[in-house]
Write a protein that binds this ligand. Structure first.
Ligand code: F6P
Length: 511
């Protein structure tokens, strides 16, 4: 972002700081229409964000200065947008309607393998971590109504042995398919879990990896190795063979429908004009909240039990992509490029952390996610679920003054002294912002579109911040140190120059 465009954004933020969110609706009677945008399978309402035409114009100017449209074109052209690793970022190619031959070939092999293996198994154990775990885990959980009956699908990621012990618990090894998923096939946690499960004697082993030689050397038969490629980042890889368990475990055509929905969103992101482009406007809103208004986190609250794993998925997508402090050109950032993504399914969150969202000192933007059709279970639940979601976004914005709280208490017969004492506790500052997203149904297409929307928003936010969203050097140091510390914890010698605190912990924990 250029200094000039940043100064304009800062000016707009200062201007809007003294304007109440609710008043923006009076100033502009067309606000709701203007700030409600549609993309395939998705309606996005930004009208409860603390922005207006002036703020959006400043953000659009910043997008132009950052050459967002140019970077978008580069990504879709397969140019080297991941400069620190000299790679393109081509996750979108995996869901293209006319995929490249190598992509189509792997997909065909996956389907053929799924058809062959299904009669021979009762269970799948999927082992992977990070991007090799969170995506397929989300799909399998979110698309439960689309699953095949009689196939148990389990995941283990953590190198805490409890995870993998739970994964095999009660299964018949001969009727189990182990799928080892690792882009690099070097990840300590995944290989430790995979070795343990291999020793348990699963009837079938397969792998999804960008390092097929390593998978074969580890013992996966060549015809059970499903390749994906260097040009797909781990956290962008659920569209690839990483989701083999979905092809086996979901009904025919469901995974392809997920890809189709994502391709619809790709078309929108690639072609929609900037002012109607939902991932781009959403990225501007993220930049506005994080950089201009200095809000350190946002809460992602799906009012959809089946999307309960989305916050965990999004934590990797956004924080691993944009949690950087160096620009693409190697300069130190002066403003944060990402905040903390966190959240949980509503309504559950309302009964735990929403207290802080409503009455805490800091403002934390909230992103509400609804799904219009396809509700399951008792018919009366749908209205209750939506009523709660809408009530929360409205309450955050409207709030309640101490005077109103006091008057309500007095009307109920409370003494003046008690009402005076309680009024500040029962008042809500309000003026707190949120976005409401609604997918058309909890369908495979809409889920694909929603995830692709988030991928593009993340990329666009990274471009606005001037960073590379596709590398993740920040995970390396801890990995290196973990490799050095495993030996002393098992009685081996300590590395040189260990800090006293860590050395003391080695002493306490070694076996
Ligand atoms: O440690 C982070 C990370 O490299 C992620 O980016 C990746 O998704 C995960 O580890 C798993 O890596 P792999 O697929 O190579 O096992």
């Amino acid at each position: 972002m250029t200094i000039d465009s940043w100064k304009t954004i800062e000016r707009e933020a200062a201007r809007l700081a003294s304007v109440r969110l609710l008043d923006l609706f009076d100033t502009d009677p067309r606000r709701v229409q203007k700030l409600t945008l549609t993309a395939p399978h998705l309606v996005a309402d930004f009208s409860k964000q603390h922005i207006d035409d002036g703020a959006l114009a400043a953000l659009a100017q910043a997008a132009e200065a950052a050459d967002l449209e140019g970077w978008r074109a580069k990504m879709f052209a397969g140019d080297e947008v991941n400069s620190s690793e000299h790679r393109p970022a081509m996750h979108w190619a995996l869901r293209a309607r006319q995929p490249r031959p190598e992509i189509a070939a792997v997909r065909q092999r996956m389907t053929a393998f799924a058809n062959k293996i299904r009669p021979e198994i009762d269970a799948i154990i999927h082992l992977g971590i990070g991007g090799s775990d969170l995506g397929p885990r989300l799909l399998i959980d979110a698309l439960k109504p689309h699953r095949r009956k009689g196939l148990d699908i389990r995941f283990a990621a953590n190198v805490d042995g409890a995870d993998v012990v739970d994964a095999i618990d009660g299964l018949d090894p001969r009727r189990t398919l182990l799928i080892v998923v690792s882009k690099t096939f070097t990840t300590q946690e995944t290989l430790a879990n995979a070795s343990f499960v291999r020793a348990w004697g699963p009837g079938h082993i397969a792998a999804a990896t960008a390092a097929p030689d390593k998978a074969q050397a580890w013992g996966v038969p060549a015809d059970h190795v499903f390749e994906f490629w260097d040009w797909v980042g781990g956290r962008y890889s659920l569209w690839s063979s990483v989701s083999l368990c979905c092809v086996v475990g979901l009904k025919d055509g469901v995974f392809e429908r997920v890809l189709g929905g994502a391709a619809d969103m790709d078309d929108h992101f690639r072609t929609a004009a900037l002012e109607r482009n939902v991932p781009i406007i959403a990225a501007m809103v993220q930049v506005w909240n994080r950089e201009a208004c200095k809000r350190g986190s946002y809460a992602l609250i799906p009012y959809a039990e089946r999307l309960r794993l989305l916050p965990a998925y999004m934590q990797q997508l956004e924080m691993e992509s944009n949690g950087k402090h160096i620009t693409r050109n190697g300069q130190t950032l002066t403003r944060p490029s990402a905040g903390v993504t966190w959240g949980a399914a509503g309504t559950n969150g309302q009964h735990s952390f929403f207290q802080l969202l409503h009455q805490g000192v800091d403002e934390i933007p909230v992103e509400f996610i609804l799904f219009k059709d396809g509700h399951e279970g008792p018919p009366g639940h749908r209205a209750k679920l939506f009523a709660n979601a809408l009530a929360q976004s409205r309450a955050l914005m409207v709030g309640k003054s101490a005077e109103a709280a006091r008057a309500e208490m007095l009307a109920k017969g409370m003494s003046v002294a008690e009402a005076d004492m309680l009024a500040p506790h029962r008042a809500f500052p309000g003026n707190r912002c949120s976005t409401t997203l609604c997918i058309d149904a909890l369908s495979p297409e809409a889920l694909g579109a929603l995830i692709a929307f988030y991928e593009h928003r993340t990329f666009a936010q990274g471009v606005l911040a001037g960073i590379n969203s596709f590398d993740q050097w920040g995970v390396e140091l801890g990995k290196e140190m973990a490799n050095q510390l495993a030996a002393p914890l098992q009685g081996g010698s300590e590395p040189q120059n260990l800090d006293p605190s860590t050395a003391a912990w080695i002493g306490r924990l070694k076996t």
